[in-house]
Ligand binder design. Structure first.
Ligand code: F6R
Length: 358
C-alpha cells in the first residue's frame, strides 16, 4: 500500500496536520528547556526523610511520563522503588512514607483524581503536576505543591513538561544527583534530531518518514528489551495508536520468548500484515542480543516486515529520549501518510464524555 500523500510535500503535510503536531514535536527541545525552568519553581516540597517508595499517578500521555521517570531513576541507580499507578486504586502499601506525584495534564482524569484523594487521605507526601482542572484546584485547597505546565497541548505532546519537573524535584529532594545536568545536555542531541526529522527533509534523508512509509498498510508490533527500554516500546505503541489511529501492540524480551514467539503461526493473513519494529540499544545485554537474533530467525517467514531501530546517544538517558523522539516523529508521519490529522483523539474525548454522562 502506498501513502495517501506525498510525504515530501511540506504543503500537503501541513494541510492535514491542521493543529501542527509536527511543529509541537519539532519544538520538543525548547519544551525541555522550559520544563527545567518549571522544575525550578519555588514550591514548599515535602520532606524526603524516611520515604520508602515513590508513586506516580497518571493515565495515558500523563502516565507514561511517570514511566519515563521510573526508567531514568532506575538507570541512575535510585534505590528507592518508583512505581506508576494507572488506575482507580492505590496499592495498600501507600501511606505516610510514600512520596506521591499526581500527574494529569488536563487535571480532570477521574482515575488520577480518585488516587490523588485516596493518597491524601492516607497522609502521603503529595506533589501535583498539571496544566489546571480539578487536580490544580484540589492541590491549591490541600496545600499540595503543584507544578503548573502550559495549557493548550495534547497531553502526549507534553511529555517534557510532565516528566522533567518530577526528575528535577527528585534531584532537589536529594534522591538523584546530576540528572538535571543530563537533561540540559540532552538538548543538543534533541535539536539535531529535530533538524533531521523535520518535514523539509526529504524521505530519502529522513529516517522517520522512511519508516512511516514502510508501516503504511501494516500492523505495527513494537518489541524492546525489558528495563529502561520498555517505556520506549510502550510510548511507540501509544503514539502509533493516538497519532496515526492504527492498532499497535508492544512486548518485551525476554518475556515474549515464553509465549508470543509461539503465536506467529495461525491467522496468516494478519501475521503477514504485521511489521515488527525492534528497538535496539548499542550496549544490549548479550543474552538479549542473542535472543533477538534467534527469535527473528524463527519468525521472519511468518511476519510481514521487520525493522531494527537503534538508539543513538552517549548515555542511557540520551538513548532513551532519542528512541522515543524518533518514534514520536514516525507516528506523526504515519498519520499524515494515511491522510489522518495526528492531533485529535475524538474517541478518547467521546469516551470521557460518555463516562461523565451518568
Ligand atoms: C491525549 C493523551 C491521553 C491522555 C489521557 C489522560 O493526548 O495522550 O492519553 O493523556 O486520557 O488525560 P490527562 O493526561 O489529561 O490526565
Amino acid at each position: 500500500m502506498e501513502p495517501a500523500v506525498d510525504l515530501d510535500s511540506v504543503e500537503e503535510l501541513r494541510s492535514i496536520d491542521s493543529s501542527d503536531m509536527l511543529g509541537v514535536l519539532g519544538r520538543f527541545p525548547q519544551q525541555s528547556t522550559e520544563a527545567l525552568e518549571i522544575g525550578r519553581t519555588d514550591l514548599n516540597l515535602p520532606s524526603a526523610e524516611g520515604v520508602k517508595e515513590i508513586v506516580i499517578l497518571g493515565m495515558g500521555g500523563s502516565g507514561i511520563s511517570g514511566d519515563v521517570v521510573s526508567a531514568i531513576a532506575g538507570s541512575e541507580g535510585l534505590s528507592v522503588p518508583v512505581i506508576t499507578v494507572k488506575g482507580y486504586y492505590l496499592p495498600p502499601f501507600v501511606g505516610e512514607d510514600s512520596l506521591v506525584f499526581a500527574i494529569s495534564y488536563s487535571g480532570n482524569t477521574e482515575e488520577t483524581i480518585n488516587c490523588y484523594a485516596d493518597a491524601c487521605s492516607r497522609g502521603a507526601r503529595m506533589v501535583a503536576v498539571t496544566s489546571g482542572g480539578e487536580i490544580a484546584r484540589k492541590a491549591a485547597g490541600d496545600d499540595v505543591p503543584c507544578f503548573k505546565v502550559p495549557s493548550g497541548f495534547q497531553p502526549r505532546a507534553s511529555l517534557g513538561y510532565l516528566f522533567i519537573p518530577i526528575l528535577s524535584t527528585l534531584e532537589r529532594m536529594g534522591f538523584l544527583n546530576g540528572v538535571v545536568t543530563q537533561i540540559e545536555e540532552l538538548n543538543g542531541l534533541l535539536m539535531e534530531r529535530s533538524e533531521e526529522y523535520k518535514p523539509e527533509i526529504p524521505l530519502d534523508d529522513n529516517p522517520a518518514k522512511r519508516l512511516a512509509k514502510e508501516l503504511v498498510g501494516f500492523l505495527p508490533v513494537v518489541y524492546s528489551s525489558e528495563g529502561i527500554y520498555s517505556v520506549a516500546a510502550l510510548r511507540w505503541k501509544a503514539q502509533l495508536n493516538e497519532n496515526a489511529k492504527v492498532p499497535a501492540f508492544h512486548n518485551l524480551f525476554p518475556e515474549l520468548n515464553h509465549n508470543e514467539t509461539v503465536g506467529w503461526e495461525h491467522l496468516q493473513d494478519v501475521c503477514t500484515k504485521t511489521h515488527i519494529v525492534v528497538l535496539r540499544e548499542p550496549e544490549e545485554y548479550p543474552r538479549i542480543e542473542k535472543r533477538i537474533k534467534i527469535t527473528l530467525d524463527l519468525i521472519e517467514n511468518h511476519v510481514g516486515r521487520i525493522t531494527h531501530v537503534w538508539a543513538r546517544g552517549g548515555t542511557p538517558v540520551e538513548r532513551l529520549l532519542d528512541i522515543i523522539y524518533f518514534g514520536d516523529f514516525t507516528s506523526v508521519y504515519l498519520a499524515l501518510a494515511l491522510g489522518q490529522d495526528p492531533t485529535p483523539v475524538d474517541r478518547i474525548s467521546e469516551l470521557k464524555q460518555l463516562l461523565a454522562s451518568d
